[in-house]
Design a protein around this ligand. Sequence first.
Ligand code: AMP
Ligand code: MG
Length: 535
Amino acid sequence: MGANLGVGGLDALNFDNRFVGSLPGDSETDNYRRQVNAACYSRVMPESVANPELVAYASEVAELLDLTPADCATGDFAAIFSGNQIIDGMDPYATCYGGHQFGTWAGQLGDGRAINLGEIVNRDNERWALQLKGAGPTPYSRTADGLAVLRSSIREFLCSEAMYHLGVPTTRALSLVRTGRDVMRDMFYDGRPKAEPGAVVCRVAPSFTRFGNFQLFASRGEIDVLRQLVDYTIEIDFPEIGLPSKANYVSWVAEVCRRTAVMIVDWMRVGFVHGVMNTDNMSILGLTIDYGPYGWIENYDPDWTPNTTDAAGKRYRFGHQPQIALWNLVQLANAIYPLVGETEPLEQALSEYTRCYEQGWQEMMACKLGFPAGCKVAVSTLVAELLEVLPLVETDMTIFFRRLAELKTERDLDEAECVALLAEAYYIPEQLNPSYKARLFAWIRAYVDCLREAVVPDAERKTKMNAINPKYVLRNYLAQLAIDEAENGNYMKINELLQVLRNPYEAQPNYEHYAAKRPDWARTRAGCSMLSCSS
Ligand code: AMP
Ligand code: MG
């Protein structure tokens, strides 16, 4: 129990476990699968692993916990963040939640493979909850094993940090530890399971509460527990809302709507597709949570979904995410209804989502094109036409906006010059037929007219555009390359990607290849084009 740890660092982690200290828990402490009633959590211990080996850690996240790189290099660090060592102050538990999966109410789900270690209060008095993903079964594991494989853990670890550095609200990832244990997975759901290396990621966030936590209590009529969880969430995570009251419950829902809108605008800005926007995967703090079969838009296609399980209905496709977020917020509002007893104020609160999203999205698109905030030039027609032009031929969204920043407006370019400027963004040059080129050229002329009207100097516009349009995103094939190497015991690429993605808006001449568009081989390879939920 931490007896061998040195002074400071890991030994000094300052636990203050308010979630378990304030909310009703499960009185059963044996770890077996079950329905858990009228409780927010069940205490459960992580499973020991054979041979914990640190693959990577994020020094910025360690810093949030007042840990130094030296602390992270110790064997104790790998032992603690794989679940092998429980230290003083930890009080591990799994939370109880439900959710709508693919639009259908699924009943109790819960942390089936996430075990919360407790909450840290750091030197700056910030509260950070620590959660191990893949540390063994819990009462909520249903028919599954509570474990995670290396490939999906790498994807979660890298993407959490990439999103953070892109400025997208997200849960963070402290560490990625290989467990030395094999995990059986049927990756293609074809009845041929195979042993894969197991891993544990330690996630860090102010709270991991999901829409589904509230929904479950409402669905069971456990209104007293529902109220306790809402009051607790407002007190700890939304103190600015004030004391619990009917009016403040509504204000809180409105705030969740605003935060969710901000998050989705960011997803649309950087080309992120979550892939499984079930209500149990929606953070009450408006953070991107649960990185599973997510993907990044490469060629701009609003109908694209990375998730094989969603291939038929494409419910969670890129262009549908804004509507799905609203659908999910409606489910949250329904769950809160018993505490408010009136529909109208909750509908008002929900309208905040649409208002914030519309406004935020318009502003974001104007910024992507380099128009200054508050600019009076009407750009909505320009944006609408661009979104028609982009999918006509396979166009890499990320590269397109970086190339567009290079456009010069002091003289009129001809059609060939415009096409040449953007050439790098196109996947299939043969698709650039005369009618496409003419339409693109017409759009660029209209764009240049607007820019001249807005009087933005080219250099200034380029700087602004490059500060909002990333050069480096975690392209699906890049994550897969890092996975391939890691499965062979080489973790260099993971750490290199982590490093490059720390500065996603800056050109990094030594890492130009990480900004390259998807190579042809990646078009159809599993993990690069489509992902299964099996993780
Ligand atoms: P997800 O689609 O990953 O968000 O997971 C949906 C539900 O399944 C959640 O309750 C998870 O905790 C649970 N789950 C997913 N994978 C596993 C696993 N390997 N073992 C136990 N529970 C799991
Ligand atoms: Mg989930």
